[in-house]
Design a binder for this molecule. Structure first.
Ligand code: DI6
Ligand code: FE
Length: 402
């Protein structure tokens, strides 16, 4: 017989969409062989589970393990100097155009050995995990050459193995135009499609493909070429779109059936409608909005009205969002974007899973899903959104034996 565990006396935010937080008061969960076997109010616990050795959770809040569905946390170096320059008046775009920004991180990432990159990235990964995370998406995009893109993705996979946490890797080779291809972005796209992406795919290093569609990066036409190649290889798509201006990237991504379009401050109604039609998730990144002191808000009202699912993520990166706290991200989504705590928590659980194409496995507490749960020392879900700089995680419950 399979070994099962019963957790009882919990307040369970299942995060199913049928009622606020999918909340179950006085709840119980049975987990078996790493999967959720039963969940519901304790008084309805079936007879067969009543004799299981129970663990009393003492009224604490239980949620699905959180998911950070958009990070660039593997990188070399730091951009603190650029932060100072911005505070003296330089804009993110000016710094980028003068060879700083993403390209300065490219330099530091190329120089670092695989071990150094791992060592530098691990504390950021651990900081995220300390706040109840069970899945992290990690992008490449600071290599912009075959060798370094592969190095970054290998480090991303290794981080997941080291901590026994799910890492979903995303190939972001088209993040910036590398110095070798200045003024020749099309030739770089050729190189990515012909050499880099196929090699990354052959080594099974990418779970998805992303791009940066922006005036300072790549046009929709250039992104389309990468998407065509990714599609031919059977890889799911995502896109950084409408972050600094409106190029129609979100509509492009939606037309390709992308899992998500991310950032979206400058998204227009046509983009919203295209996303609604294709079921593409909007991933909002309040850390980047905050860091860049953006004043243009993502069109939340239009997204709501069209029924576009909304996830949020840290965007953890050295330039526009040096943030390693998913709870701060939840708080910012509420305070800056006026999302409700329930919507923000859905955005780091159920909808974040959808943005990664793993909605059938994780993101809610439902029978058949993975038993990846976070136990919190709070008595209501809004506490997780309300506090600034607090971490009430008691522990993770990750399988039948924990
Ligand atoms: N948008 C962002 O906010 C990050 N990448 C992107 O395409 C920023 C990356 C960086 O500044 O290093
Ligand atoms: Fe990003």
């Amino acid at each position: 017989m399979t070994f099962s565990t019963l957790y009882n006396n919990a307040k369970i935010a299942t995060m199913t969409p049928d009622k606020p937080y999918g909340l179950i008061e006085n709840g119980a969960v049975v987990i078996s062989a790493g999967l959720i076997q039963w969940v519901g109010p304790e008084k309805y616990l079936p007879e067969e589970f009543r004799s299981l050795p129970g663990k009393n959770l003492e009224g604490r809040l239980l949620t699905p393990a959180l998911i950070d569905c958009h990070t660039h946390l593997v990188y070399g170096g730091s951009r603190a100097t650029e932060f100072e320059l911005r505070l003296k008046g330089a804009s993110y775009e000016e710094i980028s155009r003068s060879g700083g920004g993403i390209l300065s991180t490219v330099k530091a990432t190329r120089t670092a050995t695989e071990e150094e990159l791992f060592t530098q990235s691990l504390p950021r990964f651990d900081a995220l995990l300390a706040e109840g995370i069970g899945t992290v998406e990690i992008k490449s995009g600071y290599g912009l050459d075959l060798e370094t893109e592969i190095k970054m993705l290998r480090v991303a996979r290794k981080l997941g193995q080291e901590r026994n946490v799910r890492v979903k890797t995303t190939f972001l080779g088209v993040h910036a135009i590398p110095p070798e291809f200045t003024s020749n972005a099309d030739a770089y796209i050729d190189y990515v499609c012909k050499d880099v992406l196929p090699a990354v795919h052959a080594d099974n290093l990418a779970d998805a493909v992303d791009g940066f569609c922006e005036n300072i990066a790549f046009s929709t036409k250039q992104i389309s070429r990468v998407f065509d190649k990714a599609r031919a290889l059977g890889l799911p798509l995502k896109l950084h779109a409408e972050q600094l201006s409106n190029l129609g990237g979100a509509a492009l991504a939606a037309n390709y059936g992308a899992l998500s379009a991310d950032h979206l401050e400058y998204l227009d109604e046509a983009g919203v409608q295209a996303m609604a039609k294709s079921g593409t998730v909007a991933v909002l990144l309040p850390g980047a909005f905050y860091t860049l002191r953006e004043t243009q808000f993502p069109p939340l009202k239009a997204l709501h009205q069209a029924g576009v699912p909304i996830a949020i993520a840290t965007d953890c990166n050295p330039g526009s969002s040096p943030m390693t706290s998913i709870l701060l991200c939840v708080n910012m989504a509420c305070t800056l974007f006026r999302m409700t705590p329930e919507e923000a928590l859905s955005g780091v659980t159920r909808v974040a899973a959808q943005a990664l194409g793993i909605g059938g496995e994780v993101g809610t507490i439902e029978v058949g899903k993975k038993a990846e749960l976070a136990l919190w020392n709070v008595d209501q879900p809004a506490e997780l959104a309300y506090r600034i700089g607090d971490n009430p995680l008691e522990k993770m419950l990750v399988n039948a034996n924990s």
